[in-house]
Design a protein around this ligand. Structure first.
Ligand code: HEC
Ligand code: HEC
Ligand code: HEC
Ligand code: HEC
Ligand code: HEC
Length: 177
């Protein structure tokens, strides 16, 4: 074969591969959950990597409610101040937090994970069945900024419910009104 011909074949393969990739990406947009990789900037650079990773603070110390209710609570600033009265009280960031805590001003944390209204989800059912936070939220303790790493699509939920050892319901009314 001439060099030109080989060149032409290579170009065709590359173009073919590229259009396959574009096809998959375009279709995934429809099939997979919409929020994967969503990582909003938070009003205060609170780091899970530092607090839950380096200092190993238990998730449930801050996120109460995961064993008793539908939602996990995001902690109030008073919980931060349990430590930060003593830890780095002079830092500019911590002073911002303590001023807001003292006047009961809430911080406008940006929500990361959010299911559509027509879906029912309950933390307590999952956490009490022994499911780890990581199965749905990834390695939060390695994230300086929280990011949604799982699709949280219907397929993601149903795949786990179908595993025989989970003994979880799969009828539509389990997750939809
Ligand atoms: C089976 C999957 C699953 C597990 C296990 C799980 N979560 Fe969630 N989590 C979700 C989903 C789905 C949402 C979004 C819920 C919504 O929009 O109603 C969410 C939302 C949250 C939120 C935002 C507040 C809320 O409830 O909407 C926090 C905080 C949270 N999870 C923390 C945790 C922690 C901490 C654990 C472990 C103790 C945990 N989650 C275990 C799936 C899970
Ligand atoms: C159990 C104790 C504890 C709790 C609770 C806690 N922190 Fe921290 N935080 C620390 C420690 C320890 C450091 C690291 C201090 C250092 O390295 O000098 C830190 C560091 C920080 C820093 C960086 C400090 C700086 O000077 O820039 C910020 C910002 C911060 N925390 C915010 C928060 C927020 C917001 C909350 C509540 C949601 C919180 N912390 C809850 C112990 C805690
Ligand atoms: C010291 C308190 C603290 C600890 C410990 C902590 N978190 Fe958080 N978490 C927060 C705060 C504050 C936010 C809201 C700001 C943000 O998203 O970073 C948050 C946000 C989240 C969110 C996103 C909520 C949403 O809007 O969807 C998830 C999921 C989460 N945490 C899971 C965990 C898990 C899992 C652990 C343990 C590995 C953990 N957190 C440990 C304070 C904490
Ligand atoms: C890692 C596995 C796993 C994933 C992922 C998972 N589930 Fe589940 N789910 C379970 C198990 C196990 C149960 C059964 C708990 C029990 O009854 O003991 C359950 C139960 C439920 C229930 C019934 C709660 C009740 O009323 O008893 C609902 C609703 C539900 N899941 C919704 C969801 C939704 C929505 C998602 C996706 C966002 C999801 N689940 C993802 C394992 C999972
Ligand atoms: C284990 C939980 C679970 C079960 C069981 C389940 N779904 Fe879903 N479903 C979801 C979640 C989560 C979403 C939202 C995902 C998204 O929009 O990315 C969803 C979305 C949908 C949507 C909207 C799709 C869209 O594009 O917005 C329809 C329609 C639907 N489900 C129908 C059904 C039917 C019919 C069944 C029974 C055969 C069923 N679901 C069973 C969790 C479940």
């Amino acid at each position: 074969m001439t060099k030109k011909l080989i060149g032409a074949i290579v170009v065709l393969f590359v173009l073919g591969g590229l259009s396959a990739v574009i096809y998959v990406v375009a279709n995934n947009k429809i099939v997979v959950g919409y929020n994967k990789d969503y990582q909003p900037t938070q009003p205060i650079p609170y780091s899970h990597e530092l607090h839950a990773g380096t200092y190993k603070i238990d998730c449930k110390y801050c996120h109460t409610g995961t064993e008793t209710s539908r939602h996990a609570l995001v902690p109030s600033l008073n919980i931060c101040m349990n430590c930060h009265m003593m830890v780095n009280p002079g830092s500019e960031l911590i002073q911002k937090i303590s001023a807001a805590a003292a006047t009961n001003q809430p911080i406008a944390w940006q929500k990361v994970h959010l299911l559509p209204d027509h879906v029912k989800f309950d933390h307590a059912a999952h956490v009490n069945a022994g499911k780890d936070c990581r199965e749905c939220h990834g390695d939060i303790e390695k994230m300086p900024v929280v990011k949604q790493v799982k699709s949280l699509s219907m397929g993601f939920c149903v795949d786990c419910h179908r595993q025989p050892e989970n003994n979880a319901p799969t009828n539509c009314s389990t997750c939809h009104q």
